[in-house]
Design a protein around this ligand. Structure first.
Ligand SMILES: Cc1cc2nc3c(=O)[nH]c(=O)nc-3n(C[C@H](O)[C@H](O)[C@H](O)COP(=O)(O)O)c2cc1C
Ligand code: SF4
Length: 454
């Protein structure tokens, strides 16, 4: 197991409470910053650390912070994106549930660096039991003097609020989140202007993911340069990965970026290999929105290099032969999984969650779902496969927010790598109607010349 910067004390009894968190070194980074550092110095450490946003896009955090409009006379806001609804992703929930003060300390540190006196945690509605945990942690932080006016005599003041969403995936998109926080329907805004210029209530705002904000604590404890030594290239530090699917040990793992994908899947420290001795068929490494990788591209890139758990390596080869680290929602498929069925499931989700503002997404996600459903149910035609390809092409890049792309990319990659499975569904409708569908005797690896469902 590599270094544990976020989850080191996760199994310590009582770590949810302020007292135990403090005993384990909690709030030391904040104390250091408030007593010995100027806000710009905190930002400088974050820049040096190379930290990239853990919400999905991997944008450099220090750079994002530097875009904040400092000339504006309006208040500045920090908003934590705790909406976490990406299928396959559950690491923010784990962090908030197990060690809530790591997020609270990160929020205060980050707000201090940004000069924000008001901050919000926008949390997914369905995480109702986590709301209570966070609320208690916020109250404890106020009682201990880490929140409120003139924190620890530093002259810096901060109020922190938790806002509970109503359970819409689109409210995780940062501008939809801001609309929702303002009390409106969560429709994404057209950008520019970006939130750093005109965000919450039209004021300069930074929106960051839970894990990104929590990572600021070890960055200040270690120093940005030390943090940047962990990882490979531009993928620095540690990353939480939510591992699910056909593996022996599903769960949340903190990895040092740069671990090989093979080690992550097969080592007992992490996923512990494929369940029931079955063979690996495919993997979606970064949440349902990213391209699926077939078995031959999971542990090696198309160039034959070892595939690493880094932003760069997972996307090596572009969308033709690569994927993305995304939010770290690592979904593993064994040889019994049906790719068409899984894709139809994802498409139902995107259709349901489209906010409906742009027609390519509103109509296109519905068409993807309909066509995938009929192929899966054994009523498809060969031309439906090209129709699916055509629909996803018309969505990608033609929408206000990336939900459209998120719906299109998995379809494109599934057709690119598993076209034979779609063809099999069309050619042998009686087999796909088999009630045992999805659980056929394993036939591996999938042969491209002759369609097989395994
Ligand atoms: C449809 C959609 C849903 C998203 N959901 C989340 C989410 O649940 N949590 C999150 O942190 N980012 C989510 N994002 C990304 C945010 O828009 C934004 O990039 C992120 O919160 C920035 O934080 P970071 O820089 O720390 O990664 C979503 C984006 C889209 C398009
Ligand atoms: S892409 Fe979809 S979710 Fe995003 S704004 Fe357009 S319709 Fe709404």
């Amino acid at each position: 197991m590599g270094r544990q910067l976020l989850l080191e004390h996760i199994n310590v009894a009582g770590i949810q409470s302020y007292e135990v968190y403090k005993q384990k070194g909690g709030y030391a980074a904040l104390e250091k910053a408030l007593k010995t550092m100027a806000p710009d110095a905190v930002m400088e450490e974050v820049k040096k650390s190379g930290l990239r946003g853990r919400g999905g896009a991997g944008f450099p955090t220090g750079l994002k912070w530097s875009f904040l409009d400092r000339k504006s006379t309006k208040p500045r806001y920090l908003v934590c994106n705790a909406d976490e609804s990406e299928p396959g992703t559950f690491k923010d929930r784990y962090l908030m549930e197990k060690i809530p003060h790591a997020l609270i300390e990160g929020m205060i540190l980050s707000s201090f660096a940004l000069g924000a006196n008001t901050a919000y945690i926008y949390i997914r509605g369905e995480y109702f039991y986590v709301h209570k945990i966070l609320e208690k942690a916020i109250d404890e932080a106020y009682a201990a003097g880490w929140l409120g006016k003139n924190i620890m005599g530093s002259g810096y003041s901060l109020d922190l609020y938790m806002h509970i969403g109503a359970g819409a995936y689109i409210c995780g998109e940062e501008t939809a989140l801001l609309e929702s926080l303002e009390g409106k329907r969560g429709n994404p805004r057209i950008k520019p202007p970006f939130p750093a210029i005109a965000g919450l209530y039209g004021a300069p705002t930074v929106v960051n993911n839970v894990e990104t904000i929590a990572a600021v604590v070890p960055i200040i404890n270690l120093g940005g340069d030390e943090y940047a030594k962990i990882g490979v290239g531009k993928s620095t530090g540690t990353k939480l990965i939510s591992a699910s699917g056909h593996i022996n040990k599903p769960g949340v793992y903190e990895i040092e970026l740069g671990v090989s994908v093979e080690e992550f899947i097969y080592s007992d420290q992490y996923c512990g290999g494929i369940k029931n001795g079955k063979r690996l068929k495919a993997c979606v490494p970064g949440g349902s929105s990213v391209p699926i990788l077939p078995v031959d591209l999971i542990t090696k890139t198309a160039k034959g290099e070892t595939r690493l758990m880094t932003y760069e390596s997972l996307s090596d080869g572009g969308f033709a032969t690569g994927s993305m680290l995304g939010s770290g929602g690592f979904i593993v498929y064994d040889e019994t999984a049906c790719i068409v069925r899984s894709l139809w499931n994802f498409s139902r989700f995107y259709h349901h969650e489209s906010c409906g503002q742009c027609s390519p997404c509103r109509e296109g996600t519905g068409w993807l779902e309909k066509v995938l459903h009929r192929i899966e149910e054994g009523h498809g035609k060969m031309s439906d496969i090209d129709l699916l390809w055509d629909i996803q092409r018309k969505i990608e890049g033609n929408t206000i927010c990336p939900l459209g792309d998120a719906a299109a990319w998995p379809v494109a990659s599934a057709i690119r790598h598993f076209r034979h499975e779609f063809e099999y569904h069309v050619k042998y409708p009686e087999k796909v109607k088999d009630p045992k569908h999805g659980h056929y005797e394993p036939i591996m690896p999938p042969k491209k010349e002759e369609a097989v469902i395994v």
